[in-house]
Design a protein around this ligand. Sequence first.
Ligand code: NAP
Length: 277
Amino acid sequence: MVASIIDGKAVASTLRKSIAEKVAGLGTKPGLAVILVGDDPASHVYVNNKVKATLEVGMRSIERRLPETASTEEIAKVIDELNADKSIHGILLQLPLPKHIDSDPLIQRIAPNKDVDGLTIPNIGKLVAGLDGLVPCTPQGSLLLIKSVKQDLTGLNAVVIGRSLLFGKPMAQLLLAENCTVTTAHSKTKNLADICKEADILVAAVGRAEMVKGEWIKPGAIVIDVGINRMENGKLKGDVDYAGASQVAGAITPVPGGVGPMTIACLLANTLKASGA
Ligand code: NAP
């Protein structure tokens, strides 16, 4: 079997188009504020991409840049201002912050109804409780990719490799809410290959290039590769051995062009939702 390729760019583009149509019908422009602290080149690229995508769907984009030397209090003051600003519906604190700053208290300072990254405790709590809230963008996008292949996931075995708060934990919750039987694997998991072989849906979010081998894939499985690993030659590789896995899987995301494009599209979807539209 040769897997079909799940085209994240195409799914993301359709989602962005539908967001743009909804925004055009609103009469007001939802506002997304991005806070960028310091000079991390990758963060600057990510923020520029987010600003561009925000403007493209007809929303307002506000950038608040602070120097590398900014203090926790200075960043907190910006968050407080944006929390109070009625024209701002979404606030995103670009991570990582400079090393001298503890990011968690600042993330938790963001008003939960503007927390478009879905990382505040109230939004995490809502996800676990099955209540409507703002869901982290990359797992939300990954679920949309899975559902672009198969609508009803009831009873399927899903394995998520990785248990970060940003991805693995919310991904597992989303799959549980879809009535999957979910296993979360991590660095202490034993017999990972055997666990993966049982997965109808396999989601890898580790950060180790080509760790998941083709022999680990159940024939016909849906494979979502979240990993982004930059190789010495500058190319990007996922956490899954794509060449091997695509011979066995039913459907698989490429890296790049799979999960990556969904993250920004879901950020825009969260901003629209946060605006009350
Ligand atoms: P993270 O916080 O570093 O978490 C990595 C997880 O992998 C941890 O739970 C860790 O287990 C687990 N792990 C490490 N080694 C393992 C092993 N040998 N076997 C099984 N599990 C192992 O990373 P993250 O933020 O979740 O991101 C994961 C990957 O996804 C990264 O490559 C990141 O760049 C990518 N990512 C992509 C997007 C996107 O937009 N496409 C968004 C977010 C993340 P322990 O908990 O036991 O340490």
